[in-house]
Design a protein. Structure first.
Length: 498
């Protein structure tokens, strides 16, 4: 298979939700365009974001209500003012939170839909552009809008406890509630229309300035989602719609007890019957949205881990063979020329099968520098062990501590190898030394979290796996890169041909 290599360059990992704004959460508005300008100023080539789907309980972008839809929270309200759908006084009459460095999802949940409904009341649903959008996206939009309308009607409860006829999508009940909730269904279509209009404008601007957008696709879907409700046969579920087993992670060095992600397992045999049609549609949609697609948990395509539903952790799980090359071939056909990054981390027991699959696809895998320094000079994440430039190197990802936080409590004895490797003498030098090591590596792409460019501690950590309290909240706030810091990053990009 032809290897679709990524152009050598550097980029920044920053969730759209983390951008500054006056309304409690980052959006697709002015600050997003300013961030593109910042990337250009820093001589970057890539902007990697987190998944942009509508989030539910826990606010995880990796557990969206739909893998096709956009998050209404990201719709910029100032743009709606310019469109004549909102007034500034209406927006400012709501409380959007007091801490500009942290998202208050409780307030966002309470008020965002309210203000969007005010905009919807002034929106003309008969206009040609909206009608055309609904028709073009019908293959997923109708199920999503109906699901969200029903979810609101039933007090945000999961679809498994709705009326049985709706849970099981009995045609007569669907027609009845389709009429009852017509306006609510139309509202959720409107939200998607506005979201994708704004997304398209932002992406066109980024591309015009030489910035490529890297989108992040979760491997699994949320059990409480339009995806599962509308396609139950594609998942291994009990009669009532709940999974018997859920996806997870086996115990490893990063998680002593393993993890239970709570997502249903795919019915791979059923998916194979129609050549993975659902996956192909998903990947076609993603290829239109992004310049590069980061596929999460590619190791699960080779062999996946599942645990009993409701298990506290991942200790009592089992491994099962995945679809392998059959799925990746279908994905390749669907994405065309769009590049793919494969998140290929996993247990060493999976390594032979994963490496074989990666070799066949030609997809670049990833390396993470903060995982490199365990005193094993053969550690695969150490740059001197890379034997191929077809890689994406990270200092750390959204699931890791920040660089400052990761090394803060380690002793000089524990850090002796790192000091020697990076040719530094103290902890305060570690963040910049790791960033330089990433840029200097042979990896085609180097991606650094915004938090690490700002040298922030774990208060700025994006996600701590297996916890649900304070994740996905961090925002840039007033933290900015100094002129001196900007010049340093530009210099690195030039010195290492990024």
């Amino acid at each position: 298979m032809e290897v679709k290599e990524l152009a050598r360059g550097a980029g920044v990992l920053l969730a759209i939700t983390s951008l500054p704004s006056s309304y409690g959460i980052g959006t697709l508005g002015k600050a997003a365009f300013q961030f593109v300008d910042l990337l250009v100023d820093l001589k970057q080539r890539y902007w990697q974001i987190l998944p942009i789907g509508p989030t539910g309980f826990g606010n995880s972008p990796y557990q969206p209500y739909s893998v096709f839809a956009g998050n209404p929270y990201l719709i910029d309200l100032d743009v709606l003012v310019k469109e004549g759908l909102l007034k500034e006084t209406e927006i400012r009459s709501y409380n959007w939170g007091m801490n500009e460095a942290e998202i208050d999802y409780g307030i966002i949940y309470k008020n965002r839909i309210k203000i969007l409904k005010t905009a919807f009341e002034r929106f003309q649903t008969e206009q040609e552009a909206f009608v055309r959008f609904c028709a073009a996206e019908e293959k997923w939009l109708e199920d999503y809008a109906f699901y969200m309308a029903l979810k609101r009607y039933f007090g945000d409860k999961e679809w498994q406890v709705w009326e049985t006829a709706l849970r099981d999508r009995v045609p007569e009940a669907m027609r009845e509630y389709g009429k009852l909730l017509r306006d609510e269904i139309m509202f959720f279509r409107f939200c998607q229309y506005e979201f994708f209009r704004q997304w398209t404008t932002l992406k066109k601007y980024a591309n015009s300035r030489g910035i490529q957008m890297i989108g992040d696709l979760p491997h699994y879907v949320s059990c409480d989602s339009a995806d599962v409700w509308a396609n139950r046969e594609l998942f291994l579920l009990e009669k009532g719609g709940y999974p018997k087993r859920t996806a997870g992670v086996a115990p490893d060095v990063l998680s002593a007890d393993g993890q239970n992600w709570g997502s249903p397992i795919y019915n791979w045999l059923r998916m194979e019957e129609d050549q993975f049609s659902w996956w192909r549609v998903r990947m076609e949609e993603s290829a239109r949205l992004y310049d590069v697609i980061r596929l999460d948990y590619v190791t699960g395509i080779v062999r996946y881990y599942s645990v009993p539903a409701g298990a506290e952790n991942g200790r009592n799980g089992r491994w099962t063979k995945g679809p392998g090359r059959k799925l990746t071939d279908a994905i390749e056909r669907a994405v065309g020329d769009t590049r793919i990054i494969a998140e290929d981390l996993g247990p060493k027991t999976q390594a032979p099968g994963v490496k074989k699959l990666m070799a066949k696809t030609g997809w670049p895998g990833i390396k993470i520098l903060i995982l490199a320094f365990d005193d094993d000079t053969a550690n695969e994440h150490l740059p001197h062990n890379y034997n191929d430039s077809n890689l994406v190197i990270y200092a750390g990802t959204h699931d890791n501590e920040t660089i400052v936080g990761h090394f803060r409590d380690k002793s000089d004895y524990e850090l002796a190898y790192l000091y020697e490797y990076l040719n530094i003498k103290g902890k305060e030098e570690i963040p910049d030394a790791l960033i330089r090591a990433a840029y200097a590596s042979i990896a085609d792409v180097a991606i650094i979290q915004m938090q690490d460019l700002l040298r922030l501690g774990n208060d700025a950590r994006m996600n701590a796996p297996s916890t649900v309290d304070y994740n996905w909240r961090w925002r840039v706030g007033k933290d900015t890169l100094s002129d001196e810091r900007r010049e340093w990053i530009r210099t690195l990009a030039a010195v290492y041909r990024r």
